[in-house]
Design a protein around this ligand. Structure first.
Ligand SMILES: Nc1ncnc2c1ncn2[C@@H]1O[C@H](COP(=O)(O)OP(=O)(O)OP(=O)(O)O)[C@@H](O)[C@H]1O
Length: 234
């Protein structure tokens, strides 16, 4: 197991620094522009909400921060690492340690149990030696699905799957990204999720959340709007 100690940068250090970024998708001979001239910085301890109508590129923006791709044009630095200059293997390695992404569609591995899904990021790279029993207990305390720990995603309800995908990341990454993480939860439970996110944020983690819900955006210290391919700042 590869053990790397996390080090959170000083306050004020830009965890995400995106400048003059343009993003487009290529479908055959067609280039589909999604984002143009994006400039965005988030610092340690920031809780940023990304809002906007359906389709202008909110998920594309958070995917970029999640090291899922390099920008079509411009520069994207995540925790000081230039995504354009990093070899693929290093990108994958950093992604496992530095960024935690709660997907809109859970992205759980169907043949692993709830507990194994939570432990998954530690299989290849881990900062610490993980004790699965302790992790299971912590998982129970935070998300309360003790009786379903050894169930596979096909044996979980949509809400239970959502809780597994929301469980705090065992590698303790500097950035927690979430794409509409409360979409499958009742209002009251959405507030519980936001309390988990706010707790991580209070401990110094950067939180970036895509949401359509103005109530959820109230937890953020900054809200940006993505509309017509560009970011509008408050
Ligand atoms: N892999 C892809 N290939 C081609 N086009 C894509 C791809 N992924 C997204 N798009 C297109 O890019 C645009 C932005 O998509 P994106 O998912 O980032 O929007 P969004 O603002 O997050 O939308 P929503 O709020 O509905 O989730 C959309 O028009 C979408 O159809």
């Amino acid at each position: 197991m590869n053990i790397i100690k996390n080090s959170l940068p000083e306050d004020g250090f830009p965890i995400v620094d995106v400048s003059n970024v343009r993003e487009s998708y290529v479908l055959g001979s067609l280039e589909i522009p999604v984002l143009s001239d994006v400039n965005l910085k988030t610092e340690r301890r920031e809780f940023l909400a990304i809002m906007g109508p359906s389709g202008p590129g909110k998920s594309t923006l958070v995917n970029l921060i999640d090291y899922l791709g390099r920008p079509t044009a411009g520069q994207a630095l995540v925790k000081g690492h230039d995504l354009n200059r990093m070899p693929d293997q290093e990108l994958v390695h950093l992604k496992e340690l530095e960024v935690d992404f709660v997907f809109q569609t859970f992205n759980l591995v169907p043949y692993l149990t709830a507990l194994e899904n939570v432990l998954l990021p530690t299989f290849a790279n881990s900062r610490i030696n993980i004790d699965p029993t302790r992790s299971a207990r912590e998982l129970y305390e935070v998300i309360g699905i003790h009786n379903h720990m050894h169930h596979r995603p096909g044996e979980l309800s949509g809400e239970q799957s959502q809780w597994v995908s929301i469980a705090p990341h065992i590698n303790d990454p500097a950035i927690r990204l979430a794409d509409d993480p409360t979409g499958n939860l009742y209002l009251r439970k959405g507030a519980e999720v936001l309390r988990i996110f706010k707790g991580l944020n209070n401990e110094g983690r950067t939180v970036v959340i895509v949401t359509h819900d103005p109530e959820i955006a109230k937890y953020a210290n900054r809200v940006i709007l993505v509309k017509d391919e560009i970011i509008q700042y408050n």
